[in-house]
Ligand binder design. Structure first.
Ligand code: NAI
Length: 678
């Protein structure tokens, strides 16, 4: 017997098993919205009437089981009570699923995240395909909330507090094998055995998992306050309470209500309803959606490059080549220096071992990365990436040599961080082929790649470059070729202001702490030391010609003295074996109150100028680019959103005040008068 609804398919087979298959209409992936959950409710009615030997929930999508709750629905919520209503109706259905009188099984492949995993947790058993593509997790905290469909209680009951809290507080996803190890799923088997495994379970349903006694002990009401303190302390290192309330709300929920499951479920719903309409969650949800928009910038269906040739195996070129090989490309890496290539191979082995773990996978990644002193790979490459010295003349000379050897349909990308593309393109017969792929350092950690197009760049080549960036799991941000592009341009005034503050005698740690308090991942002084003061100076020098940036003499002095930051063991700070040593702030020191505004408003002022100059298409892309390129406080939604939230007038007023106090560099940039922030 078969019943097809809009999103679900209900099938009762000859063995009296109900197969409930989710195939969300008009969507390539399954997600849970009110309609999908309502349909599920009515199909559970039918199942209760049919009284099968078991009920299996599975997905018809190749991408996976269920990727989570429908985020679009979150952004349309108007009030806490509306959110609560939505969450409570899901609770009712999931609770029903959890108490059906026959065995229920979630049959999982691919993504099983957030609400999807919560649905699986409401089933009696979980069975997953052991393919590496299977990923299980509760990533809600990344959106400023915590699990809200009963997943807090059910995960804690199933796998114990340490493992469940780790999943919910970090939001990380697990493979099927790792999920089996901690008891999140019951079986991880190859895809071809899944259906037989279902029949096996239903023939003689095994006992469901019970928590070990010592794990139960951690939930005792006298133990919880201690463990809660420890968990809060760990969270505080990554996410201050004032900015990220969700993880603290989750710990509090467990601390206060774990002894009373019914009440805990009710409080879970109330807590998520409160969080979801708050500023942090709404900003993080928006950032998530902007990230999806950036991804869409790189989706040419018929573009499938195979071979990559990188020229220049230094800090950047070496790491770009390694990253491309990790992501499956055959990569030839050319450098004029043999020893440099040998060093890259060592670095590659280190990263592949860390990421791939499996010996055979590491070996085949190493095989894909080919040291190529003579540049033989150039002729066969689909994408050629230049990452040699930052010198226009040297780059142009190289382009003249390589262009005639490249395949006709290959694209030529430069990783330059500051030279306008049109200046480099002069050396080419076909200047339209040149595009910028501006990676950030360190390549394996920084998700953004600026796709730089000069006036001469062909639009199709730009899309090909963005599609290539997506294929190596980076976020492409289209920007125009202008000094510093977007990220370095807005970062530089912020870093230079920090150096002015040092010159005024403000302790280094005070400056960094203020920025971290604002929500930056690290302070500007530590950032400059980490990037390298020579690199900062070089970029600042180049930008100072076109922008109103004066390069502080202090920075020049340090570089002249060989104090380059972390890499030389000393910059602003001293480093001991790579570990930063921050001198304590003098006891009776009182910091000026305008440090934060001085740092941040210079960045905002430049961001407005970038929008005015058309460096980035719109404020949404700008917010996403600056968050993913610099780590700018994600919970604030990006610099443009921050201006809007703080009030444009208010920001301008402070800018004016700072100009009176500190001079020209705070003069409002072009663009404020016709600033349009959606
Ligand atoms: P680097 O100095 O570490 O490496 C440059 C490499 O190119 C050296 O190994 C050198 O032997 C090789 N090389 C120079 N001329 C060559 C030629 N004609 N043929 C073959 N190999 C040649 O430089 P880095 O830092 O990797 O920078 C490379 C490019 O990436 C520059 O354009 C830079 O502006 C840009 N960039 C640098 C970032 C950074 O943080 N270092 C960040 C983003 C972009």
């Amino acid at each position: 017997m078969n019943q097809k609804c809009k999103h679900w398919n209900y099938q009762l087979d000859a063995e009296n098993i109900v197969w409930l298959t989710l195939d969300k209409a008009n969507s390539s992936a399954n997600s849970l919205n009110a309609e999908v959950i309502q349909e599920l409710d009515s199909l559970l009615d039918r199942a209760q009437h049919d009284m099968p030997v078991g009920l299996v929930i599975q997905s018809a999508k190749t991408s996976g089981f269920i990727a989570g709750a429908d985020i679009n629905e979150f952004t349309q919520l108007q009030s806490e009570s509306e959110a609560l209503h939505l969450i409570k109706s899901a609770h009712t259905v999931f609770n029903r699923l959890g108490t059906l009188p026959f065995p229920t099984i979630a049959l999982i492949h691919g993504y099983c995240l957030g609400g999807g995993l919560e649905l699986a947790l409401a089933c009696r058993y979980r069975l997953a395909d052991n393919d590496p593509k299977t990923r299980l997790g509760l990533p809600e905290v990344k959106l400023g909330i915590h699990p809200g469909f009963g997943g807090t209680l059910r995960s804690l009951q199933l796998i114990g507090t340490p493992a469940a809290m780790d999943l919910m507080l970090t939001g990380r996803a697990l493979s099927a094998k790792a999920a089996k190890k901690i008891g999140l799923i019951d079986y991880a088997v190859p895809q071809r055995h899944l259906k037989n495994a279902v029949r096996g379970i239903l023939k003689s349903p095994p006992r469901t998992r019970r928590l070990r006694w010592w794990l139960n002990l951690l939930n005792h009401k006298h133990v919880r306050p201690w463990l809660a303190k420890y968990l809060e302390k760990k969270v505080r290192q990554r996410a201050p309470k004032a900015h990220y309330p969700a993880p603290y709300a989750l710990i509090d929920l467990w601390l206060r209500f774990y002894d009373n499951p019914q009440q805990m479920l009710e409080e879970e719903a109330a807590s998520v309803a409160r969080l979801i309409i708050g500023k942090t969650a709404q900003n993080l949800i928006r950032v998530f959606m902007l990230q999806e928009q950036l991804k869409a910038a790189g989706q040419l269906k018929d573009y499938h490059p195979k071979r990559i040739h990188v020229i220049g195996g230094g800090v950047m070129g070496g790491d770009i080549a390694i990253w491309c090989a990790l992501k499956g490309y055959i990569v030839t890496l050319q450098d004029q220096n043999n020893e440099t290539l040998a060093r890259v191979m060592q670095r590659a082995y280190h990263l592949f071992s860390k990421r791939l773990k499996d010996r055979l996978l590491i070996q085949s990644a190493m095989d894909r990365l080919i040291a190529d002193v003579k540049g033989n790979g150039l002729r066969r490459a689909d994408v050629v990436i230049e990452a040699i010295f930052e010198d226009p003349e040297v780059k142009r000379r190289l382009f003249k040599i390589i262009e005639p050897q490249m395949k006709l349909d290959a694209i030529l990308a430069t990783n330059t961080s500051s030279i306008p593309l049109e200046e480099l393109a002069q050396a080419l017969e076909k200047p339209e082929k040149l595009v910028g792929l501006h990676f950030f350092n360190p390549v394996d950690k920084m998700p953004l790649v600026e796709i730089v197009h000069g006036p001469q760049t062909d639009a199709h080549i730009k899309h090909q470059a963005a599609t290539f960036a997506r294929s190596i799991d980076r976020l492409p941000l289209p920007v125009t070729s202008s000094p510093g592009f977007l990220v370095n341009r807005i970062l530089m005034p912020y870093l230079m202001e920090a150096v002015y503050l040092v010159d005024e005698g403000i302790p280094l740690k005070v400056i960094d702490d203020v920025a971290v308090e604002f929500g930056m991942p690290m302070g500007p002084i530590e950032l400059a030391d980490t990037v390298g003061l020579d690199i900062c100076l070089k970029v600042a020098d180049i930008l100072s010609k076109d922008m109103s940036i004066n390069v502080p003499a202090h920075l020049q002095r340090l570089v002249e003295n060989g104090q380059l930051g972390k890499k030389s063991g000393k910059g602003f700070y001293t480093f001991n074996n790579g570990k930063i040593i921050k001198p304590a702030i003098p006891k009776d020191y009182t910091a000026p109150t305008d440090i934060c505004d001085r740092l941040i408003l210079r960045l905002l002022n430049e961001a407005v100028s970038c929008l005015h100059d058309g460096v980035v298409e719109n404020a949404d892309f700008g917010d996403a680019g600056i968050i993913f390129g610099t780590g700018f406080a994600p919970f604030r939604g990006g610099p443009y959103r921050y201006i809007k939230d703080r009030g444009q007038e208010q920001v301008l007023k402070i800018l004016q005040l700072l100009e009176q106090r500190y001079g020209e560099r705070f003069k409002k940039s072009d663009g404020w008068d016709n600033l349009l922030i959606p």
